[in-house]
Design a protein around this ligand. Structure first.
Ligand SMILES: C[S@@+](CC[C@H](N)C(=O)[O-])C[C@H]1O[C@@H](n2cnc3c(N)ncnc32)[C@H](O)[C@@H]1O
Length: 256
């Protein structure tokens, strides 16, 4: 899936979006000093770091199945309890956390309902569980452009944005309500990233991160060059810096 890279590679690809998204996502979820929080699917720690800023690192825990991301997150947020685990099997006792959050992860879980049930188990009654995912249908220009370009040159390209579920407010609310959470609310969250030029956009796709990076790594040099050209064309053949918008959808609910 492309989630076992260096933090540097991740940050160039997605982390620069995650850092910005974490701020607005946490303002949507709440969270107050003194509370204990868990970040599920922490990656190299964008959201974990934002949680630690608000709650104090010793009140923050995080998990990810990637050994390298766990190490990167632990180094980035000293004092936080960072462990290697999957969402479906969280290594904590029931009712341990006031706030359980997950940013850009739900769409990658083999069974999001199972992951959510496990998040619910480790949340105390009255605690909050929240998640956000990209609005892949049209709200994540960086990935939409890449996959549209990939389909231009390879109609069989495995467009991640078409196969993923839980990318709309309605789907997320349905999942949360189906799990028995109360006071379910959703919100759109918008961020934007400025690229210094086309190579700043393109090079991160060659670093093997995420489904886009994994696909690029599977191409021979000729196909990769054609894909690069198609991305350049779809971005309007930029000669200088440019800004891309991204929209996420977020959901939160209260544990019964
Ligand atoms: C797009 S990254 C998001 C990382 C981080 N939350 C952020 O906002 O930058 C998706 C993350 O989900 C993690 N992941 C994949 N499968 C998972 C699972 N079954 N349980 C928990 N995390 C998982 C990946 O290792 C990766 O770190």
């Amino acid at each position: 899936m492309g989630f076992d890279t260096t933090r540097t590679a991740y940050d160039r690809y997605m982390g620069r979006y995650s850092d910005r998204l974490a701020v607005s996502f946490l303002s949507f979820t709440g969270g107050e000093p003194g509370q204990r929080a868990l970040d599920v699917g922490c990656g190299p720690g964008a959201l974990t770091q934002a949680l630690a800023t608000g709650l104090g690192a010793t009140h923050v825990a995080a998990v990810d199945p990637s050994t390298r991301y766990v190490a990167a997150c632990a180094a980035r947020v000293p004092g936080a309890d960072v462990r290697r685990a999957v969402a479906a099997d969280l290594p904590w006792a029931g009712g341990r956390f006031d706030l359980v959050v997950s940013q850009l992860v739900l769409t990658f879980l083999p069974d999001p309902a199972v992951g959510l049930a496990e998040m619910l188990r480790v949340t105390r009654p009255g605690g909050t569980i929240a998640a956000c995912t990209w609005d892949y249908a049209g709200g994540m220009t960086m990935l939409r452009t890449f996959w549209d370009a990939a389909l231009d040159v390879d109609p069989g390209a495995p467009d991640e944005t078409r196969s993923m579920r839980f990318t709309t407010e309605g789907e997320l609310a349905g999942l949360w309500e189906g799990a028995g959470l109360a006071d379910v609310r959703t919100r759109e969250l918008a961020v934007s990233v400025t690229y210094s030029g086309f190579d700043d956009y393109w090079t991160p796709f060659t670093l093997g991160v995420g489904p886009g990076g994994a696909y690029a790594a599977s191409l021979d040099t000729g196909r990769l060059t054609r894909l690069r050209g198609a991305c350049f064309h779809r971005l309007g053949s930029p000669t200088g810096s440019f800004t891309l918008d991204a929209r996420a959808v977020a959901v939160r609910g209260v544990s019964p």
